[in-house]
Design a protein around this ligand. Structure first.
Ligand SMILES: C[S@@+](CC[C@H](N)C(=O)[O-])C[C@H]1O[C@@H](n2cnc3c(N)ncnc32)[C@H](O)[C@@H]1O
Length: 208
């Protein structure tokens, strides 16, 4: 299935699930799949799996992805058992500090808070990519202070939220924040394309 269609399908599914007020926005799901496809991501860490909207999307996208996540909330830990069809593929920890020191990730998705964010650097490979769902300015600032050579851009949408789901269809569909801590040539190319797209989308949004 096309990645945009898959993101729409999962967002629609989670639009009718109990406790969905904090799920990832639909455009963030599309961005995550686009990153995974472009960089052939195999090892994903999600900080704050919540009720499982991102995890369900990614696990359905590929059988070859190893998925690790953190979550401490009791309601969410129960909810993911129901919501994530392939929950058996998820390695769960309560927080970042619990993750063994010898595991490294291609993509780290941040969609929750973690007091041990400082531990994130040790989970990175040289070419790890970091994506933060939504705005998250404080976490972006902290991460950029860890990775001084990082390339950072927002990823925003041309569209408003769908008329189903927890977010108002009057508001722009959020997207997220993309950080390449140690960008290689391909990452720099991806970054510039996103930066230009974000600039154009901002102008378009202002006119609307
Ligand atoms: C933005 S949410 C994560 C959403 C998740 N990535 C998803 O797409 O389903 C961040 C945190 O909020 C908490 N949370 C999310 N949904 C909740 C709910 N319905 N009730 C209580 N806490 C919730 C969880 O601890 C979660 O890690």
């Amino acid at each position: 299935m096309n990645i945009n269609k898959l993101a729409q399908k999962t967002y629609y599914k989670f639009s009718f699930v109990e406790g969905n007020q904090h799920i990832a926005n639909e455009y963030a799901l599309k961005c995550i799949l686009r990153i995974i496809e472009a960089f052939n991501v195999k090892d994903v860490l999600e900080i704050g799996i919540g009720i499982g909207c991102i995890a369900d999307t990614v696990l359905e996208y590929s059988q070859n992805i190893k998925y690790t996540a953190t979550e401490a909330n009791e309601f969410c830990l129960n909810a993911i058992k129901e919501n994530v069809s392939q929950i058996k593929r998820v390695e769960l920890y309560s927080n970042l500090a619990e993750i063994p020191e010898d595991i490294f990730f291609d993509l780290i998705i941040i969609d929750g808070t973690d007091e041990s964010l400082g531990k994130l650097k040790r989970l990175c490979k040289n070419e790890t990519i970091i994506f933060l769902e939504g705005g998250r300015p404080i976490q972006v600032q902290i991460l950029r202070s860890f990775f001084l050579k990082a390339f950072y851009t927002q990823m925003i949408s041309y569209n408003k939220n769908p008329n189903y789901g927890p977010f108002s269809s009057e508001d722009w569909c959020g997207g997220g924040q993309l950080i390449f801590p140690n960008p290689n040539f391909k990452m720099k190319f991806f970054y510039w394309k996103e930066r230009i797209a974000t600039y154009i989308k901002r102008k378009y949004r202002k006119k609307k």
